[in-house]
Ligand binder design. Structure first.
Ligand SMILES: C[S@@+](CC[C@H](N)C(=O)[O-])C[C@H]1O[C@@H](n2cnc3c(N)ncnc32)[C@H](O)[C@@H]1O
Length: 212
């Protein structure tokens, strides 16, 4: 049933995949596949770093058969924060403070254009969010904040809320232009090996919650 649903969605969303400039097709397809594998679990879906909502609308479409699940989006809408030493790389000079600035209205327009239910959107720096700003339980999280502090703080917020069997996908894990992403994942994983299994999926980190 899920496989049939997935095939149908891939065919119908091909134009959307092609218009997504933030991710490779292989990455978005993997993200949707991972999400569809956990929609039967309790908990909502979150994306940290939604930018213009190009991947967010795909997450929402994949949730269209599960109206009890909410999509929660988080972004500064001020672009990237300052780099830290962990983020410095010769190939990542275009990723600097203020780059990738978008607006909440632009994200909402993408949802309305496709007649998708509006997500919960929180504007703010991840570092300033508290546990109450997130849903009580999460079955799937996409973390795409690019920099060390952004991935580290979103992992700290999300991990305690992931249900047993739930998945965290971290974008740019294998992207040499954004080394902070893998450094934050490794620092997190060092202290959480008993709770999560780490694998690599289409260049992203895939963290699966192992125990309640
Ligand atoms: C690469 S873009 C996200 C792309 C989006 N996931 C997609 O697939 O279309 C990174 C986003 O993360 C946001 N961001 C990065 N670090 C952040 C932080 N510490 N707090 C809040 N937002 C942050 C930026 O504003 C930017 O919109």
């Amino acid at each position: 049933m899920i496989a049939q649903f997935f095939d149908f969605k891939v065919e119908n969303k091909y134009n959307i995949y092609m218009s997504n400039k933030q991710m490779r097709d292989e990455e978005t397809q993997r993200i949707i596949q991972e999400l569809e594998g956990v929609v039967g679990l309790p908990g909502d879906v979150v994306e940290f770093g939604c930018y213009r909502g190009e991947t967010s609308v795909l997450l929402a479409e994949a949730l269209s058969n599960t109206p009890d699940k909410w999509l929660w989006l988080y972004d500064s809408f001020e672009g990237l924060p300052q780099k830290q030493k962990e983020d410095v790389s010769a190939t990542g000079t275009l990723f600097r403070a203020g780059a990738l600035k978008a607006s909440k209205d632009a994200v909402l327009r993408e949802f309305r254009k496709r007649r998708l239910p509006e997500p919960a959107i929180r504007k703010g720096w991840f570092e300033d969010l508290r546990a109450e700003d997130l849903p009580e339980a999460i079955c799937f999280a996409l973390l795409d904040g690019d920099f060390y502090s952004s991935i580290a703080s979103s992992l700290q917020l999300v991990a305690p809320k992931i249900v047993y069997g739930g998945i965290i996908m971290v974008h740019d894990y294998k992207n040499p232009a954004l080394p902070g992403s893998s450094r934050a994942v490794m620092d997190f994983y060092r202290n959480n090996r008993d709770l999560f299994r780490l694998t690599v999926a289409s260049g992203m980190a895939r963290l699966e919650r192992l125990s309640p």
